[in-house]
Design a protein. Structure first.
Length: 228
């Protein structure tokens, strides 16, 4: 066999071997990801030691088995960051693992890495949006608030614990403070405000609602001629 033919055959064998190995690699890779959840992990500091369930890992695109996982980032001069997730309840496939600065050295690091500051700002925006999305899912009525009429105003406050407090402000008119007539009017205005909330799918018996002034707290033992 001529040397040139031998060379061609050798090149074909090598090419076939490389192609076969690539196919096997891709097949193994695909099979290893079946049944797993793809997430994107944003890590800061970027050079922090990153682990998933205690095992060293790399940030970026990560494939997690279904269930609960613990993501952790550690770095000198930073507080440890621990994020616990459950793939069954993930509201977003983008996860932020951000170690907080704890001294001047870590603060200087962030000043020297504005790209990582941007990641932290994005995380803050994502968290805020997630809170609002969760609130809207639980209380669709908040999308229509504030709502105001001549008789009342309804608004809400999203508390630190993610709970929503609804605030109902009543506007009684032409009734003296402390009289049965005023209390009756407040009850009527409250009923009107609560009806609006119920019409907008809010379970008023389970929601936290603060009414001002509260009809239940109105005295009726003062001079009927007194004014507010």
């Amino acid at each position: 066999m001529k040397p040139e033919q031998t060379r061609k055959k050798l090149l074909i064998v090598i090419a076939s071997t490389i192609f076969g190995a690539a196919i096997v690699f891709m097949l193994v890779l695909v099979l290893s990801r079946i049944g797993k959840v793809e997430v994107t992990v944003n890590l800061s500091p970027a050079d922090a030691n990153f682990t998933i369930n205690g095992k060293p890992a790399k940030a970026g695109t990560v494939y997690l088995s279904k269930g609960k996982h613990t993501l952790k980032a550690t770095r000198e001069h930073f507080e440890d960051a621990v994020v616990k997730i459950d793939t069954a309840t993930l509201s977003s496939r983008i996860i932020y693992v951000l170690a907080a600065a704890k001294n001047e050295a870590s603060e200087q690091y962030l000043l020297d890495h504005p790209d990582e500051v941007a990641i932290r700002e994005n995380a803050g925006s994502a968290e805020s949006n997630e809170r609002l999305d969760n609130m809207l899912k639980r209380y669709p009525v908040t999308a229509a608030l504030p709502h105001q009429t001549l008789d009342y105003k309804i608004d809400y406050v999203l508390e630190e614990n993610q709970e929503v407090t609804f605030k109902v402000k009543l506007y009684p008119v032409a009734t003296a403070y402390g009289t049965p007539q005023r209390k009756a009017q407040l009850e009527e205005l409250k009923a009107s405000a609560f009806k609006w909330l119920k019409d907008h799918k809010l379970n008023t018996s389970k929601a936290t609602i603060v009414v001002t002034p509260d009809p239940k707290e109105q005295p009726t033992d003062v001079d009927p001629n007194a004014t507010e």
